[in-house]
Write a protein that binds this ligand. Structure first.
Ligand code: CMP
Length: 139
């Protein structure tokens, strides 16, 4: 089922560097409607669960440490073709490979600290949105 929704997190490096406003401006300018939004902090258990698909990867422990070291901004976004269009807007996982003008090209430092998350499928957008938001927090 295509829902036209995606889920994003502005990761701790984006919050630390004061980039929340600049990144949200790009998201708005690209035509995404904000359905849910909050500043929150993941616990170690949250991050281990959220990234469980990566648990065998060599970077897993560093990823959990990074994602739990400070607050994140979590959001559910709506737009036609939201998942694919948002992944185009954020650019490649490795900012060195991210197209000019993408969020990771402008705001990310490295493949491990890459500024933003974007869901990779409609199914995961729903799972990830539900992970962070209750029904009454989504408008
Ligand atoms: P994201 O694609 O949002 O979700 C998985 C995260 O793991 C990814 O962003 C990066 O933060 C991190 N990651 C992915 N690949 C690597 C890698 N090769 N080395 C370190 N971290 C990575």
């Amino acid at each position: 089922m295509i829902t036209n929704r995606t889920f994003t997190m502005l990761k701790p490096d984006s919050v630390e560097k004061g980039n929340i406003g600049a990144i949200m401006n790009k998201i708005n300018a690209a035509g995404f409607k904000i359905l849910a939004l909050k500043l929150t902090k993941m616990s170690v258990l949250d991050a281990e669960n959220f990234y469980s698909v990566h648990k065998e990867r060599p970077f897993f422990n560093d990823l959990v440490e990074y994602m739990t070291r400070g607050p994140i901004v979590a959001a559910i976004l709506e737009k036609d073709n939201a998942v694919d269009d948002f992944r185009s807007l954020i650019g490649a996982t490795n900012p060195a490979e991210a197209a000019v003008g993408t969020i990771r090209n402008e705001f990310a430092d490295s493949i491990s600290e890459n500024a933003v998350h974007g869901s990779d499928s409609d199914e995961n957008a729903k799972i990830e949105g539900d992970f962070h938001f209750s029904g009454r927090e989504v408008y």
